[in-house]
Write a protein that binds this ligand. Sequence first.
Ligand SMILES: NC(=O)c1ccc[n+]([C@@H]2O[C@H](COP(=O)([O-])OP(=O)(O)OC[C@H]3O[C@@H](n4cnc5c(N)ncnc54)[C@H](O)[C@@H]3O)[C@@H](O)[C@H]2O)c1
Ligand SMILES: [Fe+2]
Length: 384
Amino acid sequence: MNSFDIKTKIYFGDNALDRLTDIPYQKIMIITDPFVVQSGMIELVTRRLDKSGKEYSIYKDVVPDPPIEKVVLGVKALLEYQPEAIVAVGGGSAIDSAKGMREFATKLGAKEEMALIAIPTTSGTGSEVTSFSVISDPVEQIKYPLVSESLLPTEAILDAELTRSVPPAITADTGMDVFTHALEAYVSTENQEFAAALSEKAIEICGSFLLRAYLDGSDTHARKKMHIASCLAGLAFNSASLGINHSMAHQLGARFHIPHGRANAMLLPFIIQYNSYISKHSRSQKEYPKQVKKYVTIARILGLQNFNTITTIRALVAWVQFMLREMDIPLCIAQTGKCTKEEYFAAIPAMADAALADACTPTNPRVPTKDDIMDIYERLWDVN
Ligand SMILES: NC(=O)c1ccc[n+]([C@@H]2O[C@H](COP(=O)([O-])OP(=O)(O)OC[C@H]3O[C@@H](n4cnc5c(N)ncnc54)[C@H](O)[C@@H]3O)[C@@H](O)[C@H]2O)c1
Ligand SMILES: [Fe+2]
């Protein structure tokens, strides 16, 4: 038996932030990152809270790839302030931090059940509608997704006005995160028609609007579309989960601080080829595994359908590589300048173990071995 539900109420479109004047909570803690406060963007939120006479406090110490000790500091702040609701404003890091803080504060005896209102300022993670929160452990050098229904935000507010200031590199990385969510959910072993429909629309939007948003950040139409796509892809993977692209990307983020979407984007060409059993040397076969048909459908949605199955999968891989080049995303780890070859290769066995144990791995359409994962990491070092 399957089920599908969307527990988070979604407000979207022009002036969606006006929802803040109507929320039925009086005492609020805003959880955000320093950029949102320093840039003045926070005023788009506080102005509305002031207008409706809310009491609020601002916690602004979120850092990218939230480490567990920062989450602990936020839990203390929540237990001291005891708000009725949390308003999380920022990228995936701010929203994931708020989810983790609320979860632990509730377990540690917060007086009231706190509502969580998630307001994304990047079009990327879809965290505003997912039961995932990705936390880093800097000591163990791993990043692990917590997965629980209790992490789901109560409300999500999608106002693309907040994404206009996202610089091109972050638009590129987060946009490829959207694409990876939609694609991994689509080929996941848990995929079904509801999640598939959400993925297909998200992919269609990425195909038409991601490059536009990257090339011109003030292209409001493209920004709005990508903001919706991010949420659609979040709903898709919240229902169907992800795969080893994410499992492997989490390790690259934890060890070498490669931004999440960028790590996903670099891995994608390798993972599509691995999951489809089709490389540039493959010859056509009578039958292909189920996921190959799904990749072909994605290629068709992107307008890439080609001569036959093999040429179509190659076209899909080439499209991803084209997007990476157009948006100045490195194609391999060597191009990131984040580590030496020795450091990288020394980390591969431990990264492979952690990727195999990652919560996203069980739904990958091809069951990987440690050797498979190590082989992909090794080839990711240098594409030349
Ligand atoms: N919970 C989930 O379902 C889920 C899914 C995928 C990824 N993640 C996690 O989310 C995190 C990544 O989130 P992200 O990609 O949104 O990036 P982020 O939240 O880490 O932000 C990246 C940078 O962008 C800046 N930024 C945010 N909004 C901006 C704006 N409007 N204008 C200018 N700069 C802005 C931030 O200050 C930060 O410096 C990772 O930890 C990843 O593992 C979570
Ligand atoms: Fe992601």
